[in-house]
Each structure stands twice: as C-alpha cells, then as structure tokens.
Design a protein. Structure first.
Length: 323
C-alpha cells in the first residue's frame, strides 16, 4: 500500500523555509515548467523560485492581462497563456497548443484552486470545486502527457490541503446532486481527489518517466480565502473580529514564499529521486496520520489508498469523456 511510503525523510528543510532556499544550488536552465495559478498567492512565488534558477515558466491564466501585470515584476523567462480550468475547451486548447509546440515539459505544478465557495456548477453540471480543483487539472495533465513524456524524467505536483482530513471523495454523489451542499465538505473532497490523482498518476505514468506528488502547502493568507467573510474566519479563529491576525495564527501561518516551498521542493528536489506518489508537507514526506495527529497535519489513510486512486481515476476519466 502507498501508505507505507508516508515516512518523512529528514529533508533538512522545514515549515518556514522560503522557496528560494529549497532551490538554492539547482539549475533548471533548458527546462520547461507550467504553474497553474502562477500569478497570485503561492503560485507567483513558485514561479519566482523556478524562473530564478533558469526555468522557462508558462502560466496559463483565466485572466491573462491580470497575470501579465502581476508577473511583470518577476525576473526570468516567463510567458502567459489563456486557460480557464472551469472551461474544458480552453484547457484542451492550451494543452494541445503546448504539445504542438514540440516542447518537452519537465515540471507541471497544478497549483490553482478555489476554496469553500457557494454551490455552483461548471462543465456538464459538475460541482464547481471538484470540477475546477480536480477535473480541470486532470484534463490538463492528460492533455500534456505527451510533453511530459518527451522529457527524460518529469515531475507533476498536485496541490492538496490539510482540508482533506474533513472527508474522502463523495463517491456516490460527487456533484452534490442528491446530497445537501456543504462548502467545506466539497473542498475536502476536491483536496482528497488532488492527492489521489497524484498517487494515480505516479502509478500509471511511472513507465513514461513521470513522477507525481501531492502537496499540502500549509496555512497561508492568499486570495484563496476570497469566499470567506471576516466573521467566518473569526469564528474559525483565523482572525480577530476586527480583521487583525492573532499572534498565535501569525506564528502558525506561512508567508506566500514559505507556502510555495513544499510544492517547489517536490517539483525539484534530488532527495525525491526514486520515490513518487507520496503526500508532502513542510518540505518533507508527510507521515501517515495516527491517533495523536493534530487536525492540521499528516496524511489521512484515504488519500494513500491505491484502490481509491484507481477508483477516482476511472470515475474521472468517465466524467471527462462525457464533457
């Protein structure tokens, strides 16, 4: 079982290590990288770190003009293209164009995401969080597979979250057609799906030289919280009622650059050669959760289950084929 591989390796990095430190001494000259959501939050810091060591980074964006403006201050070889994860036609067009360019793809970071939003539907009726966070990214990776294969070895990083601990995939009703909608349950489902997708991709694409990892970036204040009110975040203890951040939360949460470090590490670290499919946190392999695990740490068993990864893959392929 994949759960047996959830053992920290002692990377030497930690929760507050900035992304620039995890890539220090590495050279990605001649390598191609794609980072979804790479123009805000932790995504722009991932782009900054990877472009800073020579990678050519492509940022597919729903709002290309906003992406270009945000990335104008980031040094390196960076290009922006149009793509909306909620619109499979744009996902497929972007992937086809990239593959047709003849470039190999060395690193794909599925970083973009939405969190705890009101019920909405995308595609042929998919629940929005599952559709954008999981299905859109899966369609992207499937479309880019020829470019990933073209590289001698390549890495795929899927951004998951500690929110996966709230629940597994809602296997019988993933689109909340019969189940009362719970925005946090839907987010948990999507984040569990992201980790299971990484596990499934690693197993299926290993023979193509593709290695995949799921990543929990940590708690970071970014535009990801845009659907949450101050009142709601105060009720969860993230903020004071006046919108200020309590010192304990400031100490626990990461800066965007620190939040970018685990994905950047998983995408580049030589320490991970010969591994794959694991869920990572704080720049290391996360340990499998046990009875003493806190609610914000470690990998719950369902995201490390190869049978569930296969089940999700088959279900998702069918959903994408019908879209």
């Amino acid at each position: 079982m994949a759960a047996e591989n959830q053992t920290p390796i002692g990377s030497g990095f930690g929760a507050k290590t900035p992304a620039s430190d995890v890539v220090a001494g590495l050279d990605l000259s001649g390598k191609n990288v794609i980072v979804t959501g790479g123009y805000s939050g932790i995504g722009i810091e991932e782009v900054r770190a990877l472009a800073g060591i020579g990678a050519r980074v492509t940022v597919p964006a729903r709002r290309p003009d906003a992406a270009k403006e945000a990335l104008a201050e980031v040094d390196g070889d960076i290009e922006v293209a149009h793509m909306d994860l909620a619109d499979l036609a744009t996902v497929r067009t972007f992937a086809n164009d990239y593959v047709s360019s003849g470039r190999q793809l060395d690193i794909l970071i599925n970083n973009a995401g939405i969190m705890a939003c009101p019920l909405a539907r995308v595609g042929p009726g998919w629940e929005r969080q599952f559709g954008v966070n999981h299905l859109g990214h899966m369609a992207l990776a499937l479309g880019l597979l020829p470019a990933l294969q073209k590289a001698e070895t390549s890495r795929l990083v899927a951004l998951s979250s500690t929110a996966h601990i709230r629940g597994d995939v809602n296997w019988d009703d993933p689109n909340y057609e019969r189940t009362d909608y719970d925005k946090w349950g839907a987010y948990a489902q999507a984040k569990s799906a992201n980790a299971l997708f990484a596990l499934g991709a690693d197993r299926r694409w290993d023979s193509y030289g593709v290695t995949a990892f799921g990543v929990h970036p940590g708690g970071i204040f970014t535009p990801l919280q845009r659907h949450l009110s101050v009142e709601e975040m105060a009720a969860m203890g993230w903020m004071n009622p006046d919108g200020t951040i309590p010192p304990a939360i400031q100490a626990m949460f990461k800066t965007p650059e620190q939040g970018a470090s685990t994905a950047t590490w998983a995408a580049t670290s030589p320490q991970l050669e010969g591994r794959g499919g694991e869920y990572c946190e704080d720049c290391d392999i996360a340990q499998l959760a046990g009875p003493d695990s806190q609610r914000w740490e470690h990998a719950r068993p369902w995201i490390c289950d190869e049978e569930k990864a296969d089940r999700l893959w088959e279900m998702s392929e069918k959903m994408l084929a019908e879209a």
